[in-house]
Write a protein that binds this ligand. Sequence first.
Ligand code: CAA
Length: 240
Amino acid sequence: MGRVAIVTGGSRGIGAAISKALKEAGHQVVATYGGNDEAARKFTDETGIETAKCDVSDYEACQKGIADIEEKMGPVEILVNNAGITKDAPFHKMTPDQWNAVIGTNLTGVFNMSHNVWKGMRERGYGRIVTISSINGQKGQFGQANYAASKAGDLGFTKTLAAEGAGKGITVNAVCPGYIATDMVMAVPEKVREQIISQIPVGRLGEPEEIARCVSFLVSDDAGFITGATITANGGQYFA
Ligand code: CAA
């Protein structure tokens, strides 16, 4: 019998690939999304995976969203914190709004979701949390002071929760994708993107499914001895 799994930002990009992989592994998946109702409806039509609107940057929305899912489907045993945004700008041009929005979604959002499943996971003595960080949280990136800080924060958060969850049957891990062929990366100006691709030793962008397979393994029962880990999947662009 599959477990109940939430994938935040699970209807598009890397998140959609993760949702599909977890469904294929037999789990009951809910893909949450921030605002794009039409993309979510289309995703459900195509995949049969349920979607639920939930702004991860809003603590109360997460609390309510998770309570609704648990009432309908049972306890959440797998949480994949995938929802993330960019608001790139060189630091001298970065506004407080750009800083707060990115930290609010990419870091506080991970707190908001994890905090609302943590108590139940501890009580039941089982849980799997995987957070999608980034190569740029490991190495920094021109134009991404906000994003790199949020993704580096996700790694410290992951290691701390791993320490606290280990005795309670909860594993907490992170995956750091490099540049993956998604809308987010396609939004980078073409010239900059080409320059980035030239720095990837395997000579191409990654595929969302390549990240989804990492997540699928980490949330499986087979990965019970792996916690506090960071899997880097970046085509050799950076060795963390
Ligand atoms: N290193 C050094 N200098 C750089 C640079 C770099 N990587 N990139 C740009 N510059 C320089 C330019 O040469 C230019 O220099 P001059 O002023 O001397 O001409 C200057 O910075 C550009 O200044 P602009 O005022 O034109 O900058 P801008 O306001 O147009 O912003 C930017 C530029 C938005 C930051 C743009 O460079 C950019 O989009 N960079 C890519 C950022 C990136 O990698 N984002 C990743 C998105 S995908 C993602 O985040 C997923 C993931 O996890 C990997």
